[in-house]
Design a protein around this ligand. Structure first.
Ligand SMILES: [Zn+2]
Length: 435
């Protein structure tokens, strides 16, 4: 018995040596590739991973759907496929906490099962986004339809701020119906989908009551999720100061931070100063979100605010067919605006990764830790002369612009602008045979 075991042991050692020899002499042989430790290696990019305090040239290795390792100088011989990210920025897949993706065919339904909303995969990956949070498209009544129609079918991770209005964001009188704003039923729906419904949205109500905010906060209190408020349009106007200092809780979110719309006090006053109560709100933990949209980002607000150090906590798009074809365009365009207004690149990345994840209480997202889902964006920062349009139609000239080279969702390449993850066509497998 002993002899046979030893003999078998020797045979294994010899096979092992053969494997090492093959690896050293012919790194491309098929048999060796099957023993590679990593499926994908992104090499030599500047990794910005705020959750882990990383900002350095490093390599990111992926196995299957997960991040396997982030370290300097990982040997490409250990990987089946290597992407050279020299000169690029390698960041966690971006999170957009304010998008409108409840796409559908209902007539006159605004952003709830309607065609003003955007099918998520048509927009997300090309902008480095792997997670989109729909901001109020669905309410408790039609959340299941949203889930079946969009969330379950998209490759993008789609989450939801559920509307306090049961029917969702259908516009017009539907959103003015106080009788359809039910904290208890909203909370019930949130408890059914923890981690997918990550918050509650209040928007567009024009009456003089605080009820929509109060009911959303009550549902948020019951379920431990934040409330996002799109404030304004109240007749007579309601106080932004009271909203931020009395009604909302720390961790709740004001979206459209740099807007100046009818019925809402802008955060910067007529003399160009950020209002003291806005600073006080930040101090007590209110989250300030960009929510650019078609009408909610003005340089006349953003420029003085940024000059006084009032940068946003979170950068989001308010994506819909109107904003994407106007000044907003996409998340990278909005992030580029903030860069050109003086935010640092690490701060801009943080606002769309670890901070966004913390705000929606999904700390498993927005980071590049080993063992987490491999959602990665590889961005280039272009230098030149660029123009950035705000929602008033004004232009800001800037010299930096972010562009998405490569997006990886759960370990799969889902966007590759210049083919950096591909081999030259003469060396690639015959048509139809590429894995
Ligand atoms: Zn919106």
């Amino acid at each position: 018995m002993l002899r046979r075991s030893l003999a078998r042991g020797c045979a294994l050692v010899v096979l092992g040596m053969a494997g090492v020899l093959a690896a050293n002499s012919r790194p491309a042989v098929h048999g060796w590739q099957q023993t590679a430790e990593f499926d994908l290696l992104i090499k030599n990019g500047r990794v910005i991973d705020p959750a882990n305090g990383v900002d350095a040239v490093m390599d990111v290795a992926v196995v299957g759907t997960k991040i396997a390792r982030v370290a300097a100088n990982i040997d490409p011989a250990q990987a089946r496929r290597t992407v050279d990210a020299t000169g690029f920025h390698v960041v966690p897949g971006l999170i957009d906490i304010h998008a409108h993706v409840f796409f559908g065919t209902e007539k006159d339904a605004y952003l709830s099962n309607a065609d003003t909303a955007v099918q998520p995969d048509t927009h997300s990956f090309r902008s480095g986004q792997t997670t989109l949070v729909d901001a109020g498209g669905a309410g408790w009544r039609n959340f299941l339809q949203f889930k079946e129609q969009v969330i379950d079918r998209a490759r993008t991770r789609v989450l939801s701020f559920i509307n306090i209005v049961g029917a969702g964001m259908k516009g017009g009188p539907v959103e003015q119906n106080l009788a359809d704003m039910d904290a208890r039923l909203t909370a019930m729906r949130i408890r059914q989908y923890p981690g997918v419904i990550v918050g509650i949205k209040v928007a567009h109500y024009g009456g003089p009551e605080w009820d929509p905010v109060k009911r959303a906060v009550a549902a948020g209190q019951e379920t431990g999720v934040p409330v996002m408020v799109d404030f304004g349009n109240h007749t007579p106007p309601l106080s932004l100061e009271a909203l931020l200092l009395e009604h909302l809780r720390p961790g709740d979110i004001l979206t459209h931070t740099y807007a100046n719309v009818a019925g809402r006090t802008p955060i910067v006053d007529d003399s160009g100063k950020v209002r003291p109560f806005v600073w006080a709100a930040r101090k007590r933990g209110i989250i300030f979100d960009v929510g650019h949209g078609g009408g909610s980002f003005l340089y006349r607000q953003a420029v003085p605010a940024l000059q006084q150090g009032f940068a946003p906590d979170v950068i989001s798009t308010d994506l819909h067919t109107g904003s994407m074809n106007a000044g907003m365009k996409d998340i990278l365009n909005v992030m580029s605006k903030l860069l050109n207004l003086g935010m640092s690149l690490p701060d801009v990345i943080k606002a769309n990764t670890s901070k966004a994840a913390a705000v929606i209480k999904r700390p498993d997202l927005g980071q590049l830790s080993a063992g987490t889902e491999a959602d990665i964006a590889v961005l280039s920062l272009r230098r030149g002369t660029f123009g950035f349009i705000d929602s008033g139609g004004g232009k800001l000239e800037g010299n930096q612009k972010l562009e998405c080279e490569l997006t990886i969702k759960a370990g799969q390449v889902v966007w590759d602008l210049n083919g950096i993850a591909k081999s030259v066509w003469t060396e690639s497998p015959a048509p139809g045979r590429e894995p």
